[in-house]
Structures are given as C-alpha cells and as structure tokens.
Ligand binder design. Structure first.
Ligand code: PMP
Length: 318
C-alpha cells in the first residue's frame, strides 16, 4: 500500500510549472515552483518541520509544550499542522492587516490567535513582536521558534527547496527568483543553488516598495508576508545578486493574471515574485531557465486582491 504515515510526510516535493501565457514574449523558460501544493498550502510547511525538529533535538520543546510565534498566517498553519501531530499547543500572534479568513484557518487547525495592531513600531508593547515575547514569558513550557532569527528556517530550504529545484531542472536553472519576508526562502534555497552550480545560478530577490531590503524609504504597503522594516537574521543578503522592487499595484495585477491565465490561484506575494521574475527574464536568452517561487495559495485573499471593490477602494485597477 502507498500512503503517508501522517500529513507531515506530504510536505515538499512541489511541482515546477511553466508560465506560458504570462511570460509570452520572453525567450527564456520561466518556471514557477508552486508551494501551495504543500498540505498547509504554503512554503512555510517546510520550515515548520525544520524548526520543530530542531527545538526537540535541542531540548527547547518538551512533551506538552506550547509554541508561541508571531506569524502572518502561513508559518502558523505549518506549525499548527506539525504541532498537533506531535501533541503541542499553539498560540499565534498576527498583525491586524492579515485577512480574517487566514486567522480562521489557524483556529480551525486548533491554534489560538492573538491579533495586534499593524501601525505601531516593532518596539511598541502592542507590536506583534513584543506581544509574543510577553506570552512566552507568561506561558509555562512556551517556546518561540522565532522564524525571523532561527537559522533552521533557511536550513529547511537549503535541505529541501534547493535540492528539489536543482534535481527537477537537471541542473539547468540559471536564475532563482523569490520574494523576501524573513529571508529564509531566498537565503537557504539560494545558497544551495549557488553551491550546487558553483556560483552559476544568479539569485534575484524581490522586495515590496516600502520595505527595507531594497533600500527605499520604509512605509506601509498592502502585500502580505514580504518586506520588512528591520533586518532579520534569517536573511543573508550576501546570497542575493540582484534586487527588484515591486509595488502593490503591479503585484496585484499579476496575481490576478496568474489565476485567470495560468490557472494558478496564488497570493499577492506570488504575483510580486512573478513581476520581479519577468523583469529579470525579459533580457535573457532562450537557454536561460528562470525559477520563481510562489509561496502560497490565493484562497486566503479572496476578500482582498481578488475582490474588485477592495482593489478600487485602494485605488488599483481591476
Ligand atoms: N509570501 C508569503 C505569503 C509569506 O507568508 C512569506 C513568509 N513570511 C513569504 C512570501 C516570504 O518568505 P520568507 O519568509 O522565507 O522570506
């Protein structure tokens, strides 16, 4: 019989899918690594296993313990999946800009959700970083994986995402493109691909306009899960050869096209990554193979990027 011994064993092994229509006019082959094929519907399932395995190994998480983490939703889903299978309780702290649909998903997996305001500084006692620190102090047996600083996040991508892309492209990948949130995906996957290709793969980071990584003035934006207003330890800027800045409007327009033209219902950060990939790919020759990572599915954003009234309200075209 062929079966997985638990849902956790189905994490990884996501497909590469050619972007035919959206990349028309581009000579290079543009392939999407579609991470919503993971059971929790995002790339974050990969790091959830890595973070929990490491915490168990290091004795930081003991039977009956509680996982407390500030998360925009996807890391929470991954952690909730793995934690429930191993008997841990989960408390997640999410900023209020995260869609209610996403919070409901976390609760459905059995996690507890604490909502915090987005428009405060990271140092503010109400910020999602500070609230999670307080909960760790208050709850006995609590452990905070801290995806922003934990090296086991990028390591998960170094051990799974990178090798999968290298094997599936038979070593022919020339460019890897990903958005930067904690930086774990691009740092871990990028490092693996650079090592495997002996420096032959160019790593392209995509950053929302308003985020710190690409050096512009830091201000608010609507894209979720990408960009930051501080430098997390999970991000290794030395891996990144090139940065593309993409604004909300361009990212959302491509996100909608991915659903309508490629049958890929994905989140806004995927549209952002594809926008960056198309810019990078436009000048490349036919032999180039560009792999762009699509971090999550679009069902958590139906009342946002896929809602005409929401787009119009924020001044974007539908
Ligand atoms: N997109 C979404 C929707 C995310 O939740 C995240 C994770 N914060 C990312 C992209 C970026 O991934 P990473 O944290 O590995 O840089």
């Amino acid at each position: 019989m062929r079966y997985a011994s638990s849902i956790v064993d189905t994490i990884g092994g996501t497909p590469l899918i050619r972007l035919g229509r959206i990349a028309s006019g581009v000579e290079a082959t543009v392939l999407a690594k579609v991470e919503y094929f993971n059971p929790g519907e995002s790339a974050k399932d990969r790091i959830a296993v890595g973070l929990i395995d490491a915490a168990e190994r290091e004795g930081l998480l003991r039977p009956g313990g509680t996982i407390v983490e500030p998360t925009s939703g996807n890391t929470g889903v991954g952690l909730a999946l793995v934690a429930q299978q191993r008997g841990y309780r989960c408390v997640f702290v999410v900023p209020d800009k995260v869609a209610e649909d996403k919070r409901a998903v976390l609760r459905a997996y059995g996690a507890e959700v604490v909502v915090t305001p987005t428009d405060v500084t990271p140092e503010d006692p109400r910020s999602y970083y500070r609230v999670s620190d307080r909960l760790v102090d208050e709850i006995p047996g609590a452990y905070k994986p801290n995806q922003y600083e934990n090296p086991n996040g990028p390591r998960s991508h170094y051990e799974s995402t990178g090798p999968e892309i290298w094997a599936d492209t038979e070593g022919r990948i020339t460019h890897f493109v990903a958005g930067i949130g904690t930086g774990g995906t691009i740092s871990g996957t990028g490092r693996y691909l650079k090592e495997a290709s002996e420096g032959g793969v160019r790593i392209v980071g995509v950053d929302p306009v308003g985020s710190i990584y690409s050096g512009g003035p830091v201000h608010g934006y609507l894209l979720e899960g990408v960009g930051e207003d501080f430098w997390p330890g999970a991000y290794d800027p030395s891996v990144v050869d090139e940065l593309q800045r993409v604004g909300d409007a361009e990212a959302f327009a491509i996100t909608r096209r991915l659903a309508r033209e490629e049958g890929l219902l994905v989140g806004g950060s995927s549209g952002m990554a594809v926008a960056g990939a198309l810019r990078a790919a436009r000048s490349l020759p036919a032999e180039a193979v560009v792999v762009v990572l699509l971090p999550d599915g679009g069902r958590g954003y139906l009342s946002k990027v896929f809602d005409d009234a929401w787009l119009a309200e924020h001044g974007f075209d539908t």
